[in-house]
Design a protein around this ligand. Structure first.
Ligand SMILES: Nc1ncnc2c1ncn2[C@@H]1O[C@H](COP(=O)(O)OP(=O)(O)OP(=O)(O)O)[C@@H](O)[C@H]1O
Length: 341
């Protein structure tokens, strides 16, 4: 659905040139939820603005559903934008218009007759769960409701691609989850392709199928979300994953055990999917007749699978450790020995 081919964007200001996007190539499939994550200044906003033609690349091409966005005439681009719509962090609603009027605004611009606008707006209001709020003004709505209006408005012209620019960054965690669930549902119901940019790894974890990690304008890593979490291949990805897991308590527990049992080995066991719900680890460890100390554990859900970690401390020599690792490995459980800092 979307092909970003060696795209670059250099902003030329009076004194300097700023490379905001540097030789980025991405392929996003139809129906996928694709996340782009990076710290502030990484180039995410610029990249997403290249996708809907709000910025023109200084090199490379952006191809959406067969059309090279950066080569379209102004008129063709305006038409294409109906199929590539966008939602924003601060909703960008029209404050003097009601919910219904906001949602039908793009239809008004597209010249859709009033009765059809009404019908379509009502349909969208139901789809995003705002029935009863038709006549409210944005100032009378909560943040989550405002974003629902933003989503309904973005869907008014039946787009194929929905771009989300930090769409949940202004919302509290619970409302974030509700909006993410809505995005997931409309992706399924409308077979939408969704591209979202965020600086929050849990957003990527909760709904994305694939993600790209950006740093200094470049994509430093890309892949299926579960893989990025389990086996991050770049230090920036690793930092985002760590932030999401919040390992502070684990680190404290490890320090304490090291102090009291300096000879214990500390293992990080990793498991995915159904393995995280069955007693594989305890069964294997029992068969070795080992005493272990559980330090911490967690299970996180991604869009497709759950994955988890269990930190344990045990007295074990290298030979038994090797054999234990093999037995756990055969059950799909990874074993890493936590080195002393
Ligand atoms: N219109 C512009 N003119 C000049 N420089 C720009 C322009 N837009 C963005 N930049 C610069 O390009 C770089 C990337 O910015 P961008 O906003 O794309 O990053 P970001 O990852 O979205 O960060 P944030 O989350 O803070 O918005 C930054 O150094 C920024 O200052």
């Amino acid at each position: 659905m979307i092909d970003v081919k060696n795209a670059g964007k250099i902003f030329s200001t009076k004194n300097i040139n700023i490379t905001a996007v540097d030789d980025v190539s991405l392929t996003i499939k139809k129906g996928e939820i694709f996340g782009i994550i990076g710290y502030s200044g990484a180039g995410k906003s610029t990249l997403i603005r290249l996708l809907n033609g709000l910025e023109v690349p200084t090199s490379g091409d952006i191809v959406i559903d067969g059309d090279t966005i950066n080569q379209l005439s102004k008129k063709a681009l305006r038409k294409k934008r109906q199929k590539v719509s966008m939602i924003f962090q601060h909703f960008n609603l029209l404050w003097s218009r009601t919910v219904e009027e906001n949602i039908s605004f793009p239809l008004e611009i597209a010249g859709v007759p009033r009765s059809e606008r009404r019908r379509r707006a009502q349909e969208l209001i139901e789809l995003v769960g705002l029935s009863g709020r038709e006549k409210n003004y944005p100032s009378e709505l909560s943040g989550g409701q405002k974003q629902r209006v933003g989503i309904a408005r973005a869907l008014a012209n039946d787009p194929e691609v929905l771009l989300c620019d930090e769409a949940t960054s202004a919302l509290d965690p619970e409302t974030t989850d509700e909006v993410l669930q809505l995005l997931e549902r409309i992706r399924k119901e409308l077979q939408l392709t969704i591209v979202l940019i965020t600086h929050e790894m849990h957003v990527i974890r909760k709904i994305c199928d694939q993600a790209a990690v950006m740093e200094k304008g470049r994509v430093v890593e890309t892949g299926p979300v579960l893989r990025l979490f389990q086996n991050p291949g770049h230090p920036v990805t690793e930092r985002f994953v760590k932030d999401d897991i919040n390992d502070e308590e684990t680190a404290l527990a490890i320090d304490e055990v090291r102090e009291v049992f300096p000879d214990s080995k500390i293992l990080k066991l990793g498991f995915v999917g159904t393995k995280s719900k069955t007693p594989v680890v305890s069964q294997v460890i029992k068969s070795y007749d080992l005493d272990l100390n559980i330090l911490s554990g967690n299970i996180k859900n991604t869009n497709n699978e759950s994955y988890g970690h269990l930190y344990v401390a045990l007295d074990i020599d290298d030979k038994v450790l090797k054999s234990l690792s093999e037995s756990l490995g055969a059950e799909g459980v990874t074993v890493e020995v936590e080195e002393h800092e």
